[in-house]
Design a binder for this molecule. Structure first.
Ligand SMILES: Nc1nc(=O)c2c([nH]1)NC[C@@H]1CN(c3ccc(C(=O)N[C@@H](CCC(=O)O)C(=O)O)cc3)CN21
Ligand SMILES: CC(C)C(=O)C(=O)O
Ligand SMILES: [Mg+2]
Length: 285
């Protein structure tokens, strides 16, 4: 909603140099924040109204996650969600926001099959949604895809550690990168940086590993269950707002939206049944 009123939250302007920005956050702002050692928040969003709320709260980067599979579409993993499912949600988040960079998460099967298919998928998201960057899971195994997207002018965010599209290989949503596997993850992170990725999500990895990766890269790390040393943090909004019934250990519940919404629904139902709603002030004459 480009007609939205300017933000009145100048204290929540990570990446805007302390000023209420009047333009979209770019990859250059994100690089500058790493140089300044400034931490920043990312949230998921899947529709225009929540995107507007988060944008006006000063969240500088919004991710339209393939977690939509679970929190929007009700699947029990991210595997089934398709490009055609995610494109309208991503376009809605772009329309609902004014200042945030919008990152489109590429779903399972839309980039692993070949460099050509991966590039076509990324191009579709950029052309059809107005997203400003794409995100994909994996390190060296998807490096040719990352290189092709960057060469085509598409900013790429990486994602290492617990990559949920590989849940069937991991045998569950489990912490990754313990012991020897930490060195593999470090090599993947360095490879993503060298391939031109502008940031990398680290999901469910030991704090100490995330700290070492963060110190070793010149691009920002975005942690989710990766401790306090990352340059940025991300959470699924329904988790941090208290809408998700059961969450992982890394989630902090910053609100109890499930209770607020449930109470509103119960109060509405009661007033309809009793006849208290609608009153004359909600009716026409
Ligand atoms: N609502 C939601 N939030 C998410 O963060 C999220 C999704 N959906 N869907 C895609 C993936 C799946 N994610 C998950 C799901 C469960 C755990 C989990 O329960 N982890 C265990 C760790 C077990 C171990 O120690 O290895 C935990 O107890 O926290 C972690 C990440 C993260 N992503
Ligand atoms: C949790 C974030 C990193 C994600 O990939 C998603 O929401 O799909
Ligand atoms: Mg995802």
């Amino acid at each position: 909603m480009s007609s939205a009123a300017p933000s009145t939250a100048p204290d929540a302007n990570a990446l805007y140099g302390g000023k209420a920005g009047d333009r979209r956050v770019t990859v250059r702002d994100i690089a500058a924040a790493k140089r300044r050692g400034e931490k920043w928040p990312m949230l998921t969003a899947y529709d225009a109204m929540t995107a507007r709320v988060f944008d006006e709260a000063g969240i500088p980067v919004l991710l339209v996650g393939d977690s939509a599979a679970m929190v929007v579409y009700g699947y029990d993993s991210t595997i089934p969600v398709t490009v055609d499912d995610l494109i309208p949600l991503t376009a809605a988040v772009v329309r609902g926001s004014r200042r945030a960079m919008v990152v489109a998460d590429l779903p399972f099967g839309s980039y692993q099959t070949s460099v050509a298919e991966g590039l076509s998928t990324a191009v579709r998201f950029m052309k059809e949604t107005g997203a400003h960057a794409v995100k994909l899971e994996g390190g060296r195994r998807v490096l040719p895809q990352v290189e092709a997207m960057v060469a085509a002018g598409i900013p790429v965010m990486g994602h290492l550690g617990l990559t949920p599209q590989s849940v069937n290989v991991f045998g569950g949503y489990r912490v990754q990168g313990r012991g020897e596997a930490g060195e593999e993850l470090m090599a993947d992170a360095k490879a993503l940086e060298a391939a031109g990725a502008f940031a990398v999500v680290l999901e469910c990895v030991p704090t100490e590993l995330a700290a070492r990766v963060t110190a070793s890269l010149s691009i920002p790390t975005i942690g989710i269950g990766a401790g306090d040393a990352c340059d940025a943090q991300v959470l699924v909004w329904q988790d941090m707002a208290g809408l998700t019934p059961r969450t992982a250990k890394f989630v902090k519940k910053f609100a109890d939206v499930a209770t607020v919404l449930g109470d509103a629904a119960r109060a509405y139902a009661e007033e309809v049944v009793s006849g208290a709603f609608p009153g004359p002030e909600h009716s026409y004459r």
